[in-house]
Design a protein around this ligand. Structure first.
Ligand code: NAD
Ligand code: ZN
Length: 378
């Protein structure tokens, strides 16, 4: 089959690889209809991780079941499914608590599994024609048959539940004010989820004009951080001691703003932006090590977080991979009912062969490349 294969920094190819097959009786094989490129793929693409040449990328997958293992009980050939990116067992202590991103059974135990991601188990990615799905009864989220809502449902594999998770980590309640740093696909989904949950005002900080425009389109208030300190811009707008909640949808790769150089900037700016005793949800990725980092501390994953200021303000913070599976069913039902349409963020649908060009453009945050869906059947 054809698949998107990592060759080295800034280099992916579309090439023939071995067809996946059922390995355990609890597996299914899925014919992929849509697999999205994620900001998380860019960490590997840019050579910032230990990813080795040969990995098939793709953890945001949906498709139609092609073959069913003998111990699978709830799924049939021909069922349309989306696959939240956490590969998980469904029966360990963490999975039973809904913490599927921290499954204790899959490899590596506790650090979570994912399709096509370095350090997250042996599972191949879905930017390919077919994908093997382990523990299929748990890992497949059934969808209505047909082709309706394809672009919305595809986002249930990661960014919609991840954005929603950030609002859970931040504890967003109806009527509250929320600051989201990052207007990439994850930040936009965080802002959208905060609005779904009834936030009164949502500020979205970035510098990429079309991403800020998308934030405005959904009813959030764009803050361009090249126009002055974003924490101050937001403080001026809320005329209060800060927003109730804050969300980091940028991660360690933040671009420095005026007069600042350290990459921990977003966490520090969130502490400045959120009111005393407010809560911060962090879904932007922080790596335990970053071989590509420009300085020694950052290479060890040690960033300069102003913990004293955080303590002084009595804030709380929640972090980590999103338990995408925990929210996927409810968010699916909001889409089916017409009450959520996250596909406003999708900018391109492209055949698999376009992946090398699409990776390069998405990596440059090129104007008009907000979220790319690869569609192997086209
Ligand atoms: P992205 O790179 O497309 O978006 C990041 C955005 O942040 C960009 O638009 C960039 O311009 C903006 N930005 C950079 N510096 C900034 C700053 N100082 N202030 C404000 N904005 C700034 O990526 P994405 O796909 O939206 O993902 C965002 C992050 O979420 C990535 O780190 C990704 O790995 C992570 N992620 C985490 C999970 C999870 O489970 N926790 C899941 C998916 C993605
Ligand atoms: Zn993703």
């Amino acid at each position: 089959m054809k698949a998107v294969v990592y060759q080295g920094p800034y280099d992916v190819t579309v090439q023939e690889v071995a067809d996946p097959r059922l390995e355990d009786p609890t597996d299914v094989l899925v014919r992929i209809t849509t697999s999205a490129i994620c900001g998380s793929d860019l960490h590997m693409y840019e050579g910032r991780t230990d990813a080795q040449a040969g990995i098939v990328f793709g953890h945001e997958n949906m498709g139609v079941i092609q073959e069913v293992g003998s111990a699978v009980t709830t799924l049939r050939q021909g069922d349309r499914v989306v696959l939240p990116f956490n590969v998980a067992c469904g029966f360990c202590t963490n999975c039973r608590a809904g913490k599927s991103a921290f499954c204790l059974t899959v490899n590596p135990p506790g650090a979570g599994g994912a399709y096509g991601y370095v350090g997250m188990g042996p599972y191949s990615g879905g930017q390919a024609e077919y994908l093997r799905v382990p523990f299929a009864d748990y890992n497949c989220v059934p969808l209505p048959p047909g082709e309706e809502h394809e672009n919305d449902f595809a986002l249930l594999a990661d960014i919609f539940p991840t954005g929603y998770h950030s609002t859970v980590l931040a504890g967003v309640q109806p009527g509250e004010t929320v600051a989201v740093y990052g207007a990439g696909p994850v930040g936009l989904m965080a802002a959208y989820s905060a609005l779904l949950k009834g936030a009164s005002r949502v500020f979205v900080v970035d510098k990429v004009p079309n991403r800020l425009q998308l934030a405005s389109r959904i009813g959030a208030e764009p803050i361009d951080f090249t126009q002055g300190n974003p924490a101050q811009q937001i403080a001026d707008a809320v005329r209060d001691s800060g927003t109730d909640r804050g969300i980091d949808a940028v991660g360690y790769q933040a671009t420095a703003a005026e007069g600042e150089e350290q990459p921990a900037l977003v966490l520090n700016q969130l502490v400045d932006t959120v009111r005393p005793t407010g809560t911060i949800g962090v879904v932007g990725l922080y790596l335990p090590s970053d071989p590509g980092a420009p300085n020694e501390n950052a290479a060890k994953g040690e960033l300069l977080f102003r913990v004293g200021r955080y303590f002084e303000k009595g804030q709380k913070m929640g972090t980590g991979q999103a338990d995408a599976k925990q929210y996927a069913h409810q968010l699916r039902d909001l889409i089916t009912a017409g009450r959520a349409k996250p596909s406003f963020v999708v900018s391109q649908h492209l055949p698999l062969n376009s992946a090398p060009d699409a990776y390069s453009r998405f990596d440059k945050r090129e104007e008009g490349y907000s979220k790319v869906l690869l569609q192997p059947g086209t």
